[in-house]
Write a protein that binds this ligand. Structure first.
Ligand code: ZN
Length: 890
């Protein structure tokens, strides 16, 4: 139980707004339980087809789905009879009341408003299947909740919340809502998506229900501490005699990575109190890398340890150090820890190898050939199902799923796919025929019709000769192959190299075959003539992945994973996105469509590559928001401009995805792409400020040197990443010469950076919105929106009878859908307590008038109701209805 919110005396304005909101809530006066109210039309709608395919597995997308606006659908022809027309928005007065409430709150402007939701007709392959389709039995109110709910656990949560609401009374419940503890979301694609098509993690793959990924409990030692060098002492440290702590220099001042790692281990063992008494023997090294100083910064060594128990790694634990090398001194400037003291699980376990295989196979739906199919990923200690467990981790190659079997209890947990498809590059061979490999693609930005392609070097490309030898080009695409006398050599080249391997889906994979004669300069040209999209996409993918790989190496990011080719899938038959697959590294790009450009171009490629680096640097992406920002930062620094996804959206006033000049205010609970804007925006604004003071070349180099190696600092969120930038700026006197620029770039995103002082200091970076005032402002804006608004409207046309013209909806672009096509749509939406009754009645009236088959389920909460409308009828009539809902949401 949390204490009630106490309003600060200094905010009378807030108090008056709160009073208004309290009145709204009292007027609404809803304290119903969780039972769903179901309203049905003449014939109960048949169960929604749950679709053969579940949601595609796209764990890390470019966007959270793209906003396909309703205006791109066919305008409705004809006017419907008056009685069948829905009221205008203004006829629903409380929608305006809501607008007034928001307008009356200046602070609300700082909070991103709920974006208008898209109406999108999804092709069959993208249908998001409910976990269980509603059945006839599900018409009972209690069961109905179960039937459409994405997860049973959430239903329980919703019921628990509402039961509690009833017990504690209206005021307590409102306070609860104000504190942001909203009632559970009942539909897929919750608020976080801001109206975009959700790309939720899959809950089922090939009939196997998935568990949540492993989580982390509260650490027994959680630490994030800067300790700066410097001659000055603060008054406090002088008073308390802490002068010896003003900087932590490692004895003997080791300069090499191995020496520093050993000295850090010694430091941990000599200071047990600081690290929760963790034995240094229980730490193993995850990463130890030196980043050479650039642009005037000192050399930095990043070292990251992880705990193990009986030589089994504890997943999620870490202890990281940032060490600077100043003129013969080796100084720890930052320490962060996430350590667990009482992880004492039995790692020997009772289960035999045979038992483990049997449990894993059974968890994966009686997987056949388990012994062959399940790859052994070793034993680990993971936090699964609410407790630490020693598990045997296996991966099914057939299902691309990971399964963890508890070695003591035999319980098995399954989640996300992994795949280890990696090959060793072949050896370099002696040479004597020189050549160059290039391809025609787009150097910068999306493909544009009528624009002559650029010639791009194909660095590190693999060249195979007919005598079975393999060679590699250098970074500029130059190579030499060995010949024998006058004998011609036949070369076969694919877009396959040391660091990138293109796997094209268009059926037109590029291959070049060249016959080389001694004495001739060899020229391997991919896509020599064409402006064909499929060819440009392949060349772009190869050239830009290779380019960012080489650029990151220059910035000091040198990972083991970089030594292997990264699979890149191009021209996937889908549209408007791109994605990276964590654990199973591959970048994936979609074809162009009427709405979006082919996503295989530099902005998008660099963004997705950011996820790959983030994943590989840390053995798993530590933070979704930070990861989104990494991709955006790489893209902006490499393209030297702030727009991400230039020209991605066709025919729209805003044709890009995100912008470095954004004004997003960071909050740790926001949707990951939103959060990412703070890190991307910080990076761009810092670059801009440094370029303004130092000039383009020097400013850009310094920005990259300050920001990019933070990838190796193993930080856990965006504020910590900004703190790590500050640590990179620290010089040997404990000064931060670019503090002003760093602080200003952070402040632009609601993050305050304190100027570090010599000596120890606790976290230097705080989030403005995390203070009591920020939380209240957010809570009020959220509550105002929830009370009198329709939100999260999404139309999913999940099934259709073939129309008279024989056209299936799933296959048709939206604008070609005939007005009389029979469509079944599933429309989840949320309506605030002040208007939900009217919205419900209007839908009933409209559907009855037009003779539509429909079913309307309502799940009443205190402040709002979640609705699920399933409706079937002619496309044009349904469009009328969904447009109306959309207009309320706008
Ligand atoms: Zn992304």
């Amino acid at each position: 139980m949390k204490p009630p919110i106490v309003l600060p005396e200094s905010v009378p304005m807030m108090r008056s707004h709160l009073a208004v909101l309290l009145c709204f809530a009292l007027l609404a006066g809803q304290t119903q339980g969780a039972a769903a109210q179901v309203v049905s039309g003449r014939v109960h709608a048949a169960p929604v087809v749950s679709g053969a395919a579940g949601a595609a597995v796209r764990p890390v997308n470019l966007t959270s789905g793209l906003n396909i606006t309703g205006s791109q659908l066919t305008p409705l022809a004809g006017v419907l009879p008056n009685a069948g027309v829905l009221p205008t928005v203004s006829a629903l007065p409380s929608v305006q009341a809501q607008a007034q409430v928001l307008q009356a709150q200046p602070a609300a402007a700082a909070v991103p408003a709920a974006a208008a939701s898209p109406i999108q007709v999804l092709p069959a392959s993208q249908q998001i299947a409910p976990k269980a389709a509603p059945s006839a039995a599900s018409e009972a109110p209690g069961a109905a909740v179960q039937a459409v709910h994405p997860a049973a656990a959430q239903t329980d949560e919703a019921q628990a919340v509402q039961a509690e609401t009833k017990g504690r009374g209206l005021l307590a419940a409102l306070m609860r809502a104000l504190r942001g503890e909203k009632t559970a979301e009942l539909f897929q694609g919750g608020r976080r998506g801001q109206g975009f098509v959700p790309t939720a993690e899959p809950t089922e793959v090939d009939g196997v229900q998935l568990d949540p990924k492993p989580t982390l409990p509260q650490a027994s030692t959680a630490l994030s501490r800067a300790s700066l060098p410097g001659r000055r002492q603060s008054l406090l440290s002088r008073l308390f005699g802490r002068s010896q702590a003003e900087s932590i220099d490692l004895p003997g001042a080791p300069q090499d990575v191995a020496g520093i790692e050993a000295a850090l281990r010694k430091f941990v063992s000599e200071n047990p109190a600081q690290f929760g008494g963790i034995s240094v023997d229980s730490l193993y090294t995850v990463m130890a890398k030196k980043v050479a100083g650039k642009a005037g910064l000192a050399d930095v060594v990043y070292v990251s340890f992880r705990q193990q128990h009986n030589a089994v790694p504890i997943e999620g634990s870490d202890l990281t150090f940032t060490v600077k090398l100043f003129n013969g001194r080796t100084t720890i400037v930052h320490t962060a820890a996430q350590l667990y003291q009482d992880v004492t699980v039995d790692t020997d376990g009772k289960l035999s190898e045979t038992d483990v295989l049997a449990k894993a196979a059974s968890r994966l739906g009686n997987l056949p050939n388990a012994a062959e199919d399940l790859l052994d990923l070793g034993s680990k200690i993971m936090h699964l199902g609410g407790q630490w467990r020693a598990v045997s981790l296996r991966m099914s190659k057939a299902l691309s799923l990971v399964v963890a079997v508890d070695l003591n209890t035999g319980e098995a947990f399954a989640w996300d796919p992994r795949m280890h498809v990696e090959t060793e590059p072949a050896k370099q061979a002696p040479v004597d025929l020189p050549g160059t490999a290039v391809g025609r693609g787009v150097a910068d930005g999306p493909m544009k019709e009528g624009v002559e392609p650029d010639v791009l070097p194909l660095g590190h490309v693999e060249i195979k000769t007919d005598d079975g030898k393999t060679y590699y080009a250098d970074a500029e695409g130059k190579f030499t192959v060995q010949g024998e006398g006058d004998k011609p050599v036949t070369l076969s080249v694919r877009l396959n190299g040391k660091f990138a391997r293109v796997n094209d889906r268009s059926g037109q994979a590029l291959v070049v075959t060249v016959v080389a004669k001694p004495g001739e300069e060899l020229r391997v040209v991919f896509n020599p003539a064409g402006a064909a999209e499929t060819a440009l996409a392949q060349v772009n993918a190869y050239a830009h992945v290779t380019r960012i790989h080489d650029w990151l190496l220059e910035q000091g990011i040198d990972l083991e994973a970089f030594k292997r080719p990264l699979p890149i899938v191009t021209n996937i038959d889908d549209e408007c996105n791109a994605y990276y697959t964590p654990y199973n590294p591959s970048l994936n790009f979609f074809k162009s469509s009427e709405r979006c450009a082919n996503s295989s171009y530099n902005d998008v490629i660099y963004h997705e590559y950011g996820h790959y680096v983030d994943d590989k640097a840390h053995g798993g992406i530590p933070n979704g928001g930070l990861s989104e920002g990494w991709g955006d930062i790489f893209s902006m620094l490499l393209t030297k401009q702030p727009v991400l996804g230039r020209g991605f959206l066709k025919g729209q006033a805003q044709d890009y995805i995100r912008h470095g000049e954004n004004t997003y205010q960071y909050h740790s609970s926001d949707e990951v792409h939103d959060q990412g804007q703070a890190w991307g925006g910080f990076g761009w604004k810092l670059r801009k400020a440094l370029v303004a003071s130092l000039g383009e070349a020097e400013g850009a180099a310094l920005a990259s040197a300050l920001v990019v190696p933070v990838m190796l600092a193993s930080v856990r969120d965006i504020p910590k990443a900004i703190e790590a930038v500050l640590m990179r700026d620290v010089d040997q006197d404990g000064e931060t010469p670019h503090f002003k620029e760093i602080a200003a770039a952070a402040k632009a995103h609601g993050i305050t950076v304190k100027k570090p002082k010599p000596g120890l200091s606790e976290p230097l970076v705080t989030v403005d919105g995390d203070g009591p005032m920020g939380q209240m402002v957010r809570a009020i804006a959220r509550t105002a929106r929830a009370l009198a608004n329709v939100s999260r409207t999404q139309v999913r046309a999940v099934s259709t009878a073939a129309s008279a013209k024989g056209m299936t909806l799933a296959a048709a672009p939206a604008k070609e859908i005939p007005a009389d096509a029979q469509v079944k749509a599933k429309v989840p939406f949320t309506a605030g307590a002040l208007i939900r009754g009217q919205v419900r009645r209007e839908i009933q009236r409209f559907c009855d008038y037009h003779g539509l088959q429909y079913e309307l389920k309502e799940y009443k909460g205190l402040l709002e109701s979640d609705f699920l409308l399933t409706v079937e009828g002619p496309y044009s009539t349904l469009k009328q209805l969904t447009d109306w809902l959309q207009s309320l949401a706008n």
